[in-house]
Write a protein that binds this ligand. Structure first.
Ligand SMILES: NC(=O)c1ccc[n+]([C@@H]2O[C@H](COP(=O)([O-])OP(=O)(O)OC[C@H]3O[C@@H](n4cnc5c(N)ncnc54)[C@H](OP(=O)(O)O)[C@@H]3O)[C@@H](O)[C@H]2O)c1
Length: 270
């Protein structure tokens, strides 16, 4: 596949998408577009074409990623509308529904995705949902692009707020866990670099184990808990804390916030 790609909004996530596509060896032209020329310098150095003109970049592309904040989506879509007939327009904007996107680019094939920042290291979990006119062939194209950033899964649009709260924001929660484990390592006397490396690799390894075993995570907990051993002492402490409830509440609050953002934007989710 060597479709020409434009990524409009080269901030944190748009930049991550450009970088991960380049890193994956994507052979088509990739253009990073932003209103802030200084944001484009890094992408240019890495090998992307750059532009500050959304309309021109969309006209020159086959697939257009929209990576601006939700409140800038409408403006960008109005600018590119005449250039995207029959093209794939892939929005990463949290909270913004397909129906709203379609209003401004009615002739495009619209896909709404929710990646996460682990796209930077080709390890994003990306959920996607598609407009009605997106064909099976288009979906294959979308999947092959998203798989360059990690793994992807098609979901019903009704799950997108929950996905945003769980996996879009997820690296934020896991960072707190890694940081807490690193400090726990310092508390028991480990050198800082050993504590950080050990904590981060343990999170990575445990995730991989759960996925590879295709088991409930409790199975992994059982695997490391020797009767009368050290781990059960730690687990006993954790089970007396509110760690589970805190994570559940955090994700629930993030999901509720999507609706409030839509209301503030005057966007109907129906
Ligand atoms: N951050 C995440 O982890 C994450 C994860 C999943 C999805 N998302 C979604 O990704 C989108 C971008 O988030 P982000 O965190 O990457 O934001 P960001 O870092 O602020 O990046 C957005 C970029 O777009 C630029 N921009 C604004 N208006 C523009 C326009 N009209 N044309 C071209 N460029 C324009 C911004 O410039 P200015 O700074 O001058 O406005 C900024 O450089 C959001 O919709 C968010 O919901 C984010």
């Amino acid at each position: 596949m060597n479709d020409k790609i434009a990524v409009i909004g080269a901030g944190m996530m748009g930049g991550a998408i450009v970088k991960s596509l380049l890193k994956s060896g994507y052979s088509g032209k990739i253009t990073a577009v932003d209103i802030q020329p200084e944001r484009l310098k890094e992408q240019e150095k890495l090998g992307a074409s750059v532009s500050t003109d959304n309309r021109k970049a969309a006209a020159d592309a086959d697939v257009i990623f929209i990576c601006v904040k939700p409140n800038n989506v409408e403006n960008v879509l109005k600018q590119i509308n005449n250039e995207v007939k029959g093209k794939l327009v892939i929005s990463i904007a949290a909270t913004v529904p397909l129906k709203f996107l379609k209003k401004f680019v009615p002739d495009a094939k619209i896909v709404r995705i929710m990646p996460n920042v682990a796209a930077l290291v080709q390890a994003s979990y990306t959920a996607y949902c598609c407009g009605e006119n997106v064909t099976q062939k288009d979906k294959e194209k979308v999947k092959s692009l998203l798989n360059r950033m990690g793994v992807c899964e098609e979901v019903d649009e009704k799950y997108m707020d929950a996905i945003t709260a769980l996996t879009g924001s997820g690296p934020g929660y896991i960072s707190i866990i890694i940081e807490a484990l690193m400090y726990a390592g310092l508390k028991v006397g480990l050198p800082r670099n050993v504590a950080l490396y050990g904590a981060a690799q343990t999170v990575l390894g445990t995730g991989k184990l759960v996925l590879d075993l295709q088991e409930h995570p409790a199975k992994v907990k059982d695997m490391v808990t020797t009767p009368g051993g050290t781990t059960i002492e730690a687990i006993y402490e954790l089970e007396g804390s509110s760690i589970r409830q805190s994570l559940m509440r955090a994700v629930e609050e993030a999901a509720k916030k999507s609706q409030r953002i839509r209301e503030a934007l005057g966007v109907n989710s129906e």
